[in-house]
Design a protein around this ligand. Structure first.
Ligand SMILES: NC(=O)c1ccc[n+]([C@@H]2O[C@H](COP(=O)([O-])OP(=O)(O)OC[C@H]3O[C@@H](n4cnc5c(N)ncnc54)[C@H](O)[C@@H]3O)[C@@H](O)[C@H]2O)c1
Length: 340
C-alpha cells in the first residue's frame, strides 16, 4: 500500500518530443517502465518510413499513462494546446531533423524544425513553469576540432554542417531561457547512437542491410575516420539522469568514450553476420568530420553516467533485432537460423 502511494505521489508527467523516433521510443519505454506518465509528441514525418515510428510506440498505445499526440513542433499554437491539456512537469526535447548530410540540401527545413521548434518548446516550458528541460544536442557541434577527446569546455563556434549549426543554436537558446527565466536545462551532446530501432539512414543500419543484401557499402574516405559509438541503452540512462537531477544549466557529452575506426566497424558487422562486405569507394563528404570522441568525465561526475556496452556487444544486439524485426519488412529473406 505504502509502495503504491509513493508511486502515485512520485509520478511525473514527462513530455517527450520525437518520442516515436529511435532514441525517443526507448526513452518512452524507460519512463513508462519506472511508472512515469508520458506525453509523446511526434509529427511522424517521412524522413524515414513513418510505419517504423508507429511500430516503435505501438506497445504503449493501450497504456493509461501513455498519450500519443501527432503534432508538429514548428506549430506554436498546436503545441500550446498540448501543454494546456497535459501540463507536463518536465520536457525531454528530442524531435529534430537529424541527418547531417541531408541538412546541406535542405538547410531551411533544418533551421525551422531544429531552431524554431526548440524555441517554441522553450517558450512553452517557460509559460507552463516546466521544472526541467532536457535538450538533445549532438557531438557534431564540435565540428572539425582536432583536440580529442572533445570536452564540454572546448570551443564550438565552427560547426561544419547546417545540422550542427542548428544544434549549437538550440544550445544557445537553451542558455538564454535559463538565464532570463531560470528554466533548468541540460543540453546533452549525443555521440553516434545505435541499437534496436536504429535510424535507417545511419551507418550501423545501412551497413548491416547492404552486407546482408550483398550490395556494396558506400565508404566515404579510406575508412580511417573514427566514431564514438554509443549504445542506446547507455544514452537513455544519461537522459533520465539529467531529467531527474534538475540541474540549473549544464552541457554534457553522452558518448561511450571509445573510438572505433570505420574499417574496424565494418569488420565487426562482417564477423557477426559471417559475411564479407563489398566496398565501393567514394571521396570524403562535405560536412563529415574525421573523428568524434567524447570526454565523459563531467557526465560521470554529475550524472553518475557510466556507459557499459562495447561495440561488439551492442552491434550483436542490434543485428539480432534487425534480423528478427526489420529484415523481412525491408524485403530481405532471412533464414530461421539467422533469426535464432
Ligand atoms: N541518433 C544519433 O546518433 C544522434 C546523435 C546526436 C544527436 N541526436 C539527436 O537526438 C534526437 C533524436 O534522434 P534520433 O536518432 O532518435 O532520430 P529520429 O529521427 O529517429 O527521431 C526524431 C523524431 O522526431 C520527430 N520529428 C521530426 N521533426 C518533427 C517535428 N517538426 N515535429 C514533431 N516531431 C518531429 C520524427 O518524426 C522522429 O520520430 C535528435 O534531436 C537528434 O538530432 C541523435
Amino acid at each position: 500500500m505504502m509502495m503504491l502511494l509513493l508511486k502515485v505521489v512520485g509520478k511525473m508527467k514527462v513530455l517527450v518530443t520525437g518520442g516515436a523516433g529511435f532514441i525517443g521510443s526507448h526513452v518512452c519505454d524507460a519512463l513508462i517502465a519506472r511508472g512515469d506518465s508520458v506525453i509523446c509528441v511526434d509529427s511522424f514525418n517521412d524522413y524515414y518510413d513513418p510505419k517504423y515510428k508507429r511500430s516503435n510506440v505501438s506497445q504503449h498505445l493501450s497504456d493509461e499513462d501513455f498519450f500519443l499526440v501527432e503534432q508538429d513542433i514548428t506549430c506554436f499554437d498546436g503545441l500550446k494546446k498540448v501543454f494546456d491539456l497535459h501540463k507536463p512537469d518536465k520536457v525531454i526535447h528530442l524531435a529534430a531533423r537529424a541527418g547531417v548530410r541531408p541538412s546541406l540540401s535542405d538547410p531551411f527545413l533544418y533551421e525551422r524544425v531544429n531552431v524554431l521548434g526548440t524555441l517554441n518548446l522553450l517558450e512553452l516550458s517557460r509559460l507552463f513553469a516546466v521544472k526541467n528541460f532536457v535538450f538533445a544536442s549532438s557531438s557534431s557541434v564540435y565540428g572539425g576540432n582536432d583536440k580529442v577527446p572533445f570536452s564540454e569546455d572546448d570551443p564550438v563556434d565552427n560547426p561544419v554542417s547546417p545540422y550542427a549549426a542548428t544544434k549549437k543554436s538550440g544550445e544557445i537558446l537553451c542558455y538564454t531561457y535559463h538565464h532570463l527565466y531560470g528554466l533548468n536545462v541540460s543540453c546533452l551532446r549525443f555521440f553516434t547512437v545505435y541499437g534496436p530501432r536504429g535510424r535507417p539512414d545511419m551507418a550501423p543500419y545501412l551497413f548491416t542491410k547492404w552486407i546482408l543484401e550483398g550490395k556494396p557499402i558506400r565508404r566515404f574516405g579510406p575508412g580511417s575516420s573514427r566514431r564514438d559509438y554509443t549504445f542506446v541503452k547507455d544514452i537513455v540512462s544519461g537522459i533520465l539522469a539529467a531529467l531527474d537531477k534538475d540541474l540549473p544549466f549544464e552541457i554534457f557529452n553522452l558518448g561511450n568514450s571509445a573510438t572505433v575506426e570505420l574499417n574496424r566497424f565494418i569488420e565487426v558487422i562482417e564477423g557477426i553476420l559471417g559475411k564479407k562486405a563489398v566496398i565501393e569507394q567514394y571521396p570524403e563528404q562535405l560536412g563529415d568530420v574525421p573523428v568524434t570522441f567524447a570526454d565523459i568525465s563531467k557526465a560521470e561526475k554529475l550524472l553518475g553516467y557510466s556507459p557499459s556496452t562495447k561495440i561488439e556487444q551492442g552491434m550483436r544486439i542490434f543485428i539480432d533485432w534487425y534480423l528478427k524485426e526489420r529484415a523481412e519488412q525491408e524485403g530481405l529473406r532471412v533464414s530461421a537460423q539467422d533469426r535464432a
